[in-house]
Design a protein around this ligand. Structure first.
Ligand code: COA
Length: 153
């Protein structure tokens, strides 16, 4: 499958909002996503699939705050999963964080989300903490997973 990772832009607000609705119980709205376009600390990317690269199959959001990068969300449409798209998106965010000279990249994830935990682990993320009852619907702790960048990289 041909996949191209592109910067998030206004034309992708609606497709990404659709992905949010399909993938999450508490989706980001079109308005919230559009605001990220104006947010200097935000670095969002979309994965485009298909011969005309018109279909947005997934996306990742990252914010740079002081010396760290925070993944706000990563999601791939169900019919596009297990084709390496989540991995491509995460690697793009990691490369972006390194290019910004940040020290680490971090995120929260449900311990029950074995697909996501496995994706992060294979990219070098380590569980460094746990936020009690971090998630709603259903209530669940949030694992804090972090990838610390090597000073020599
Ligand atoms: C997590 C998610 C983004 C992964 O996207 P994806 O494009 O399917 O992931 P990839 O195909 O790149 O998979 C990369 C690796 O992740 C892990 N992985 C992905 N899906 C998995 C699954 N269902 N079960 C176990 N491991 C899985 C595997 O290690 C996989 O490598 P492999 O295919 O060589 O075994 C996707 O499942 C998703 O959108 N889930 C719903 C939204 C979500 O939970 N986001 C994370 C919020 S913290």
């Amino acid at each position: 499958m041909d996949i191209i990772i592109k910067d998030f832009s206004a034309e992708y607000v609606n497709p990404v909002a659709e992905i949010e609705k399909i993938c999450f119980a508490h989706p980001w709205s079109e308005k919230s996503l559009a605001e990220e376009l104006e947010n200097d600390i935000s670095h969002f990317f979309v994965a485009c699939a298909g011969t005309d690269e018109a279909t947005v199959s997934g996306y990742i959001g990252m914010q740079a705050i002081v010396d760290g990068a925070y993944i706000t969300n990563v999601a791939v449409l169900p019919q596009y999963r297990r084709h390496g798209i989540g991995d491509m998106l995460l690697k793009k965010a990691i490369a972006c964080a390194k290019a910004l000279n940040l020290d680490f990249i971090t995120l929260e994830v449900r311990p029950s989300n074995t697909a996501a935990v496995s994706l992060y682990e294979r990219n070098g993320f380590i569980t460094v903490g746990r936020r009690k009852s971090f998630y709603r619907s259903p209530v669940e702790d949030g694992l804090i997973m972090t990838l610390q960048f090597n000073e020599n990289e």
